[in-house]
Design a protein around this ligand. Sequence first.
Ligand code: ADP
Ligand code: MG
Ligand code: MG
Length: 903
Amino acid sequence: MSKKAVYFFGDGKAQGHAGMKNLLGGKGANLAEMSSLGIPVPAGYTITTEMCTLYYENKGRLPKALVEEAAKALRRVERSMGKKFGSTENALLLSVRSGARTSMPGMMDTVLNIGLTSKTIPGLIRKTGDARFVYDAYRRLIMMYADVVMEKAAGIESKDGHSIREKLEAALESMKEERGITEDKDLSAEDLEQLSKQFKKMVKRTLNTNFPDDAEKQLWGSIRAVFQSWNGRRAIAYRKIEGIPGDWGTAVNVQAMVFGNMGEGSATGVAFTRNPATGENAFFGEWLENAQGEDVVAGTRTPSPLNKATKTPETRRMKSLEEAEPKLYAQLDRIRLKLEKHYKDMQDIEFTIEEGSLWMLQTRTGKRTGGAAIRMAVEMKKSKLIDKKTAIMRVHPNQLDELLHPMLDPKAERNAVTLAKGLPAGPGGGVGKIVFTADDAERFSKEGKKVILVRNETSPEDVHGMHVAEAILTAKGGMTSHAALVARGWGKCCVVGCSDLTIDAQKKTLRVDGRVLHELDWLSINGSTGQVHLGKLDVLPAQPGKNKWYKELMSWADQTRQLNVRTNAETPDDAKQAVIFGAEGIGLARTEHMFFEPERIVHMREMILAEDEETRRKAVMKLLPFQKKDFLGIFKAMAGKPVTIRLLDPPLHEFLTLTADQVTVLANKLGIDQQKIHERIRLLHELNPMLGHRGCRLGISYPEITEMQAQAIFEAAAELTKKKVKVLPEIMVPLVGHANEFIHQEAIIRKAARDVMKKYKIKIKYLVGTMIEIPRACLVADKIAVDAEFFSFGTNDLTQMGFGYSRDDAGTFLPDYFERGILDQDPFQTLDQEGIGQLVEMGVEKGRSTRPDLKIGICGEHGGDPESVKFCHRIGLDYVSCSPFRVPIARFAAAQAAIESPR
Ligand code: ADP
Ligand code: MG
Ligand code: MG
């Protein structure tokens, strides 16, 4: 079978298009699209992702079709650019760029200036009359090639801990020091020529191979390196975090070079068609005069703002492209509008100006903060660029999380010692202890410490540490630096380009504002303003209701969704917070946590220790007033919205983990013998408490517990009803696996209801239902539904018992499962639709077969996980219930589900 291996683009034409991302990668597909749109793109060709897969299947041999088609495409590029690859007179130089289906910022490496050799250099110097430029390009090629191709792709680990890139950079720095200059651009042609020679020697000495002095070798070496880097450590780490499958492969783009480093009339830049941090509809970007693209992204020089409108106090004095090159800026602005209109989304673009000509090098859908995503979606809908459904689909439910994230307390900030200010690259507040390496970040965070990763700049090597950090702070780089891009993608607090910081990563010190900070000192960072404060400041909860775009988008979501959203809450405060976040009821109020307060736990323990019914009943009834007070508070907070209360669930011995001292105190308080307490505890001990005496089994052994709880619920309901406060209790029996268990408990509950209604002389509307969390309950759901008025799937326990994984012990083996690809998601976080999902579906189907109007919800962790919410919508649940802070996320995921699969 012969597959097309290579797709040409250039001269306003292209063989591929934007719809071919799977085959051409994101970058290649969009280069083709831009070319077809008549936007100036340097000619080139894209090698398909299939060739990457073939390359691995062939154990590293290049497919024959690839070699042949690439040669043909190269001729076409040469014709288009009027230059020849490897020519001694008029050499074409190339870039080799990777591009997977979805953008993986900085993950795969680019090699620029390919084709510079001892044969081509003299001709190029003659042609350009600019030896400085040629040697500048050459030293960059050697560095990139040595780093990407000869070291990383070859899998070489440096023996002294310093990569070849670090060594070459050190040589560059020491040359600048010798010359007494600080900027690369002040190095002369001779300096750069000498540096190139030195680089080549260092490469040979360190890596034992010569830097190839042959254009073709450089080209194919780079192409192979891109293939190799797909399975490099960094790429694998990133894919794991982002959940990108390993078998997609990467495409390779081979493209004619254009030069931003040909002197004053040349430049390079990166821009967003709208502001990626705030979402404002303003052209936003950065540019550097006389530089190659990597200079902007690497953060080695701090770039200037693109236009006047986006200058900040810090960049006020820098010259914008709009001021320096008004005509080119206007052309770029036109391209910006064309791209937005075409792609109907915010684009992240890369451009280069070579001696007054503008070239586009990349466009892709831009990463944005959650706040920006929301604002853009709403504004694009209002300007009719997209419709309402598209607007809702534009925002990932998890992005709302950022708006729901805490900020630094402004009062605390005013009084804080502000050490420095950088660029606000990722919003929200971050408070933590400083660390200087990604590995340290990972290590300390595993110990439960909150850390802030402080670096000069970040690179893809740092992603694991960036991921676990509360916030990221860098001394260098702009709003489009690696740190900024990655942090924004994750919605993480981040400040970059904070040039007042002097970081010594070796000594682990941070000098700033006349102070020296050490590892694990506290810092507080405001990612929305860029300020860095000393110490540990207070944080404030989020107030998404103050954001008008958020409110508008959520109102669209609420109009769209069909699934109700409730919350898991057991205190009036939590309940109120959840209502503010849009909860439509409580799906799970656990009652056991209500017994842990010191004055209550004594009675609880007394009850557990009781050896006969009478003593037990006496102790239990002491708890009644407390329970009643709890329910009064919750019912009031919910004001007539349904409240599902789960009866006592955990194994009793959880209340009896006592130290010897506590036993003494308890014995004195209750006036019983210490020995007796110890004995009772021994008796209550279970080998498998999770499968032991818990849930409705307790209420069956000790009916007075159920009696007391039901009485407390109905008395609270009765008292409020008398005061004209609406209440809607739903009493839930936990851990039912057999219909008879439910019938037994239901009788007690209904009797309590009758007694209370008689006593108060009123009627209370209520439901009695059960939690479905034991696999057997799903199998006999039709029988349970004869009596139960509602089901709520407890998917935590259902997952635990369905898989047979102890939730408390799964941490010991699940990491191995992820590592070996046996599972790709944690079933306790995202519902296992394939297996456990079948149990849920069966429960729904069987339950409704006996009781068509059976109300069904879910109340496990999964209720706040977008994928699981979508599943619940598809199988016809009435509601999901999740923690208060996940409520908006669940509402939004439900809206997306309704769009994706209307029911
Ligand atoms: P990334 O995926 O990390 O963004 P790119 O392939 O876009 O990597 O390359 C990084 C930078 O290299 C680009 O921003 C661009 O400035 C520069 N570059 C890549 N190809 C060319 C080219 N053909 N001409 C000029 N510069 C290029
Ligand atoms: Mg790029
Ligand atoms: Mg349970």
